[in-house]
Design a binder for this molecule. Structure first.
Ligand code: ADP
Ligand code: MG
Length: 228
C-alpha cells in the first residue's frame, strides 16, 4: 500500500483521485471484498469483459470512467442490469456518445445481488485527524446523511458502537422478519479501513458507497480514494 501511494504521488505530486485500477490495487492490499471488475477501453473489450463477468442470470453493469466523473450516476454514467451482447454494445455507445472526451474508459462489473446499501469509509478531519465513517449508502446517502464516525484507529468497542450508531442500523439485524446481514463482515471491513487509515496518513478520503450487505456476505461495489 505504501509503495502504491508513493508511486501515485510520484506521478501526481498534488494528490487527487485514484483511478479505478489504483483504487482496486489499494483495496486488494487490505483484502477488502469487492466485485470482480474489468477496465475496458474499447467496445469490443467491453463486450468481452461482460461475457466473462456476467452473473449467473447474466446481468452486468457498465460505468463510465474519467478523471471528472466522480459522481457517476449524476451524469447517467452507471448503466445497470444489462443482458446480452446487444445491450452491452448499446450501453458503451450511449456512454461514449453522451460523455465524449470526459470518458477515458468504462468499468464492467457483474450485477450484484440485492442487499442493504451502506457507506463505509475514511475521512481526514482538520481537527481530529482520520475518522472511520459508517452509515446508509446508495445514491440517497448524501441526502439522508445517516452516518456515524469514530476516530481511527478503531478499537473493538468502537467497531461494535459504529455498527449500531446510524439510524439505519436495525436494517442489518433482521428487520421486519427479514434475515440479518453479515454484520461480522461489516465489522471486518471497518477494521480493514481503520488499518488503511492508520498506515496511510496521505489518505484524504476513501469512500466505499455502496457496500452491499447481505446475509451471506458483504461486497464493495463502488469506491473512491483521494490522496492529499
Ligand atoms: P456513483 O456513486 O459514482 O454514482 P455507483 O457505482 O455507486 O456510482 O453506482 C450508483 C448505484 O448503482 C449504486 O448505489 C447501486 O445502487 C447501483 N450499482 C452500481 N454498481 C452496481 C452493481 N455492480 N450491481 C448492482 N448495483 C449496482
Ligand atoms: Mg457510489
Amino acid at each position: 500500500a505504501r509503495a502504491l501511494v508513493e508511486a501515485t504521488l510520484g506521478k501526481a505530486p498534488g494528490g487527487g483521485w485514484l483511478d479505478a485500477r489504483e483504487t482496486e490495487q489499494l483495496f486488494d492490499c487490505y483484502a477488502i471484498p469487492r466485485l470482480p471488475q474489468v477496465c475496458a477501453r474499447t467496445e469490443q473489450e467491453t463486450v468481452d469483459a461482460a461475457a466473462r463477468l456476467a452473473a449467473p442470470d447474466g446481468g452486468v453493469v457498465v460505468k463510465a470512467q474519467g478523471p471528472g466523473l466522480v459522481h457517476k450516476s449524476d451524469r447517467g454514467a452507471v448503466l445497470l442490469d444489462l443482458h446480452g451482447e446487444q445491450e452491452v454494445r448499446a450501453a458503451y455507445r450511449d456512454l461514449t456518445a453522451r460523455l465524449g472526451a470526459a470518458l477515458t474508459g468504462v468499468l464492467v462489473q457483474p450485477m450484484a445481488a440485492r442487499g442493504t446499501e451502506l457507506l463505509a469509509g475514511v475521512i481526514q478531519d482538520e481537527v481530529f485527524g482520520a475518522l472511520v465513517v459508517f452509515g446508509l449508502g446508495g445514491t440517497t446517502s448524501e441526502l439522508l446523511a445517516d452516518h456515524a464516525a469514530r476516530l481511527a484507529p478503531l478499537t473493538d468497542t468502537d467497531i461494535r458502537e459504529l455498527l449500531v450508531a446510524p439510524r439505519c442500523a436495525p436494517l442489518l439485524f433482521g428487520y421486519r422478519g427479514g434475515p440479518p446481514a453479515d454484520v461480522g463482515g461489516l465489522a471486518d471491513l471497518l477494521a480493514r479501513l481503520s488499518r488503511m487509515a492508520d498506515d496511510l496518513p496521505e489518505l484524504a478520503e476513501a469512500e466505499c458507497n455502496p457496500v452491499i450487505a447481505r446475509p451471506d456476505g458483504i461486497t464493495v461495489v463502488d469506491a473512491r480514494v483521494r490522496l492529499l
